[in-house]
Design a protein around this ligand. Structure first.
Ligand code: SF4
Length: 240
């Protein structure tokens, strides 16, 4: 098993994520750092909220969803029917991150429910899990017109919420589905073909890159490579 843990790559990833966090704070009107942090200043979770584990900046999923609200922070809100936040286990070992909602997802407000979603369900079952045992979400929460790839500014605006979701969920493994998710989380411009087959790291959590199910529907010859990637995920979840 190869580890891509070289310092320049890790540093670039951290800087990339820091840029987004600062951008997110700026959008909320926070122009500078407080001079002192108060321990335990995270909001107290309401009854029934899913995760709030103590780090002052780590919100619960419910709090993140509330913060998104009827989001109009980027132009993608204009064509959406539903904002697709994500769904699944509140304490998953594995989180899948895709690109953004498509036609069916926008219609139903749920991630990965179309043809690509059916394939993702099979991928999940292939490693002995059910859909409700994992968490599934996307980089952008609103459907891009005609299912185009999200623009850089749309990713920059929306991805802080994805980062908050991952920080709240603290899975044992993240599986990035396709280039958008992989490049967003790893802060790289590299292609999926160069990123897959390795164990990366997102804030200390192992991250595996594989092909997006929609890509696999168009390129079924790549399914064997995806199977290898899923075996890697399985090996991390079930070390021998
Ligand atoms: S894509 Fe994200 S940032 Fe843009 S409007 Fe939807 S929820 Fe808001």
């Amino acid at each position: 098993m190869k580890h891509s843990d070289d310092i320049p790559s890790a540093l670039a990833q951290e800087l990339h994520q820091l840029k987004w966090i600062l951008s997110s704070l700026h959008m909320k009107g926070i122009e500078g750092w407080p001079t002192r942090f108060r321990a335990g200043c995270a909001p107290t979770p309401a009854a029934g909220e899913t995760v709030c584990t103590g780090a002052s900046e780590r919100l619960s999923l419910d709090a993140i969803r509330r913060e998104l609200g009827d989001c109009r922070r980027c132009r993608l809100h204009q064509g959406r029917t539903h904002l697709v936040f994500g769904e699944g286990s509140a304490a998953p070992g594995l989180v899948f991150v895709g690109e953004g909602p498509g036609f069916d997802e926008d219609r139903l407000g749920r991630p990965f429910v179309g043809r690509a979603g059916k394939l993702l369900d099979k991928m999940i079952r292939s490693i002995g899990l059910e859909r409700d045992q994992v968490y599934i979400c996307n980089v952008v929460k609103c459907r891009p017109p005609d299912n185009r790839t999200p623009e850089a500014d749309e990713i920059q605006t929306c991805s802080p919420f994805l980062l908050q979701q991952l920080a709240a969920l603290q899975p044992r493994v993240i599986c990035a589905l396709g280039a958008c998710a992989a490049q967003t989380l790893l802060g790289t411009g590299s292609a999926v073909s160069r990123l897959r087959g390795k164990v990366h790291s997102w804030r200390g959590i192992p991250l595996i890159v594989t092909f997006h199910p929609a890509y696999l529907l168009r390129n079924p010859s790549q399914k064997s490579g995806t199977w290898q990637d899923l075996l890697l995920v399985h090996r991390i979840l079930h070390p021998t």
